[in-house]
Write a protein that binds this ligand. Structure first.
Ligand code: PMP
Length: 412
């Protein structure tokens, strides 16, 4: 499919521009996605027509903004098939969501000698909060090994998760290896040992149907800005019984039932975890982003992206001197593709691609333990979304080849 035949691309005004005199090819979607006009307009609509603080006022604007704010929560609930909207907590993003679980569930359930199990491919936001909790509580942080093609290894998961394990937390889709991990199976193993299962959904929820009841995860974290929504808004899904039993982590307005001079009782879910004025516009506009995704259908988005991967992955693999991380079988690879051009620093590679108008990311991708595991300091990463096309894929491949040529005499 070329750019003109992609039915969604025209909805994203930012894509229609030149970078370094070339048409922009935006392939940094794992970092953040672009926004459709409907989402951009919704921000302006909210502030132009409905802006008021939520939950507090009886005036019409306050009622309107509260209604929209809570309606967006219900959209999110349905989007991930949660049982109740009380299980949907608004947060700042995936990082914030995971920190809440570590600070609330972790602080009250982890004791010295307990185990927290993650994997070698975790993003720092699904690693550092558990590491710090483990240090504080004298618990052990354990790592599940990866398979040869970069998946979290189920066989090793069975070894690492024991009766001492209290928390297992794994990325559904890796932001480096491009793999979809068997989180449903890992959740089963965790539960057999009485542990809870946390899923980092930052790279899965935007790209495929995710059903929390089917996965049977206890918590799921994701970010609005990676799924066409604004920055500064994200979601923590948690099973109601667990959330009810957990203490709040932030204190202040909105999250109280009654404040006495010497103590305070908490309000109900989900507001118990939402102290202070929330990101009202962010939540409502995330709801609009979900409307946009739903109109297309998550199944369709997933199959569209997998068609793109079928097309582009073999072409990247065929470029001499290129190494791709993660599976080389496109059927096993999601639309996050990390690679290196041998002999060239990934930052030089990304700069070379930018000269051709192609935006990719280079670095450790907030996964330094994974880089160490792979024996690398960094990679380049191209990540696709629904508005990308085979035309974009061809430009990426051509730009890699052009960059290779450009640096030929120097570094390669
Ligand atoms: N986990 C994964 C797998 C990610 O890719 C990211 C974002 N790169 C995060 C967590 C953190 O998301 P945020 O920065 O939106 O909190």
């Amino acid at each position: 499919m070329d750019n003109k035949s992609n039915p969604w691309r025209k909805d994203f005004p930012i894509l229609d521009q030149k970078v370094n005199d070339e048409d922009l090819v935006y392939l940094d979607n794992a970092a953040t996605t672009q926004k459709p006009q409907a989402v951009i307009d919704a921000i302006s609509d909210f502030y132009s027509n409905d802006n008021a603080n939520v939950h507090r006022g009886v005036h019409t604007l306050a009622e309107r903004s509260t209604e929209e704010f809570e309606a967006a929560r219900e959209k999110i609930q349905k989007f991930i098939n949660a049982e109740s909207s009380e299980e949907i907590i608004y947060t700042k993003g995936t990082t914030d969501s995971l920190n809440i679980v570590a600070r609330s569930y972790g602080q009250s359930n982890i004791e010295a000698g307990d185990e927290i199990v993650i994997s070698y491919l975790e993003h720092h936001s699904n690693l550092v909060p558990w590491q710090q909790l483990a240090i504080q509580k004298h618990a052990t942080l354990k790592y599940i090994d990866l398979t040869d093609d970069g998946f979290v290894d189920l066989k090793d998961a069975k070894k690492q998760i024991t009766d001492k394990t209290k928390i297992v937390s794994i990325a559904h889709v890796s932001n480096v290896m491009g793999v979809e991990n068997p989180v449903k199976e890992i959740a089963k193993i965790a539960h057999q040992h009485g542990a809870i299962m946390v899923v980092d959904g930052a790279q899965s929820v935007p790209h495929m149907p995710v059903d929390v009841q089917d996965l049977d995860c206890d918590f799921l974290a994701f970010s609005g800005h990676k799924m066409l929504g604004p920055t500064g808004i994200g979601v923590l899904y948690g099973k109601k019984d667990l959330l009810n039993a957990m203490p709040p982590v932030d204190f202040g307005g909105e999250m109280i039932n009654f404040v006495h001079l010497q103590d305070t009782s908490w309000t109900d879910l989900p507001w118990k975890f939402e102290a202070g004025t929330p990101n009202i516009a962010g939540a409502i506009v995330l709801g609009k982003a979900i409307d946009y995704l739903n109109e297309i259908g998550m199944d369709k988005i997933q199959s569209y992206e997998s068609e793109l991967v079928d097309y582009v992955l073999p072409k990247i693999l065929a470029i001499p001197d290129v190494t791709v991380y993660g599976p080389s079988d496109p059927k096993k690879h999601t639309s996050v593709i990390s690679f290196n051009l041998n002999g060239l620093h990934p930052h030089d590679l990304a700069t070379g691609l930018d000269m051709e108008g192609v935006a990719v990311r280079a670095g450790h991708h907030c996964a330094q333990p994974l880089m160490t595991y792979l024996g690398l300091s960094a990679t380049a990463r191209a990540s696709f979304y629904l508005y990308n096309t085979k035309e974009d894929a061809d430009k990426l491949v051509d730009a890699i080849i052009a960059t290779k040529e450009f640096f030929k005499d120097g570094t390669i």
